[in-house]
Design a protein around this ligand. Structure first.
Ligand code: NI
Length: 255
């Protein structure tokens, strides 16, 4: 397969610390034409940007993830904005959003405030956003309706109805390994329903490896299995899924 574009990865993650260069340099030979690696805080955004500047096919999204909302310092966002303004390979604000899954997460008001500030920044900088939403469907959708950003809801976990609302807002749906899991009813229904022009492929690596690698470390070359599964659901070839979603990713992120 070729034309694989991974719209969401975390190559700064310590899961790659022993062989990061090996993994990244092997990707183009495996059909990967592009990767967007996402920062989750200031340090991670900085490391991600460094990778993007080292590898032609890697792009960087910079932002503060809701799981890191509690640790945010007042000048972290200023530093991220400076990178977004000046660095050519910094192409999106992300990953940002809401995560109500963990009991020890930052309070919802703190998360919402940080999410909204970053949506405003994206608007100001005229950049697309990469949105994380876990167990926060209603608040996420309401905030997106308020700000109407260009962007993607990554690792989409909502219903078909929610997917339709997201598409109506002009945003994209990111799908990854979950769609290959045996119990993936909701993701399968969403993939079958949404216009394919609004679909992006992603790994969220090192997490969420697709079947038959479920539970192992994920990387962008494994998108092959996600594209094949989506092709099966939509009745088209996996390669066609890769071709179309590659184009979609380039359009959204203006690459
Ligand atoms: Ni992620």
């Amino acid at each position: 397969m070729n034309n694989i574009f991974d719209s969401h990865a975390h190559y700064d993650d310590e899961a790659f610390s022993l062989d990061r260069d090996e993994v990244l340099s092997s990707l183009p030979k495996k059909g990967v034409t592009g990767v967007i690696s996402c920062g989750i805080n200031l340090l991670s955004s900085y490391k991600t940007l460094k990778l993007a500047n080292e590898y032609d096919f890697v792009y960087a999204a910079l932002g503060i993830h809701p799981e890191d909302a509690r640790e945010e310092r007042s000048d972290d966002l200023d530093a991220i904005v400076r990178f977004l303004r000046t660095e050519k390979k910094a192409i999106a604000v992300g990953e940002i959003g809401l995560d109500y899954y963990y009991e020890d997460a930052a309070p919802r008001e703190t998360q919402i405030d940080l999410f909204e500030r970053q949506l405003e920044l994206a608007k100001e900088l005229d950049l697309p956003v990469i949105v994380h939403n876990r167990e926060a469907h209603e608040d996420t959708l309401n905030i997106l309706k308020k700000y109407r950003p260009q962007g993607v809801l990554h690792c989409f976990s909502g219903s078909v109805e929610m997917a339709r609302e997201v598409v109506k807002l002009g945003m994209y749906i990111g799908m990854g390994g979950v769609v290959t899991f045996k119990n993936a009813r909701k993701a399968v229904d969403v993939v079958a329903d949404i216009p394919i022009e609004k679909l992006l492929l992603e790994t969220d690596c090192p997490y969420l490896a697709p079947v038959p690698y479920r539970g192992k470390r994920n990387d962008s070359s494994l998108i092959l299995f996600i594209a094949e599964r989506i092709g099966e659901i939509r009745g088209i070839k996996g390669q066609e899924v890769a071709d179309i979603t590659c184009q979609n990713t380039k359009e959204l992120f203006r690459l």
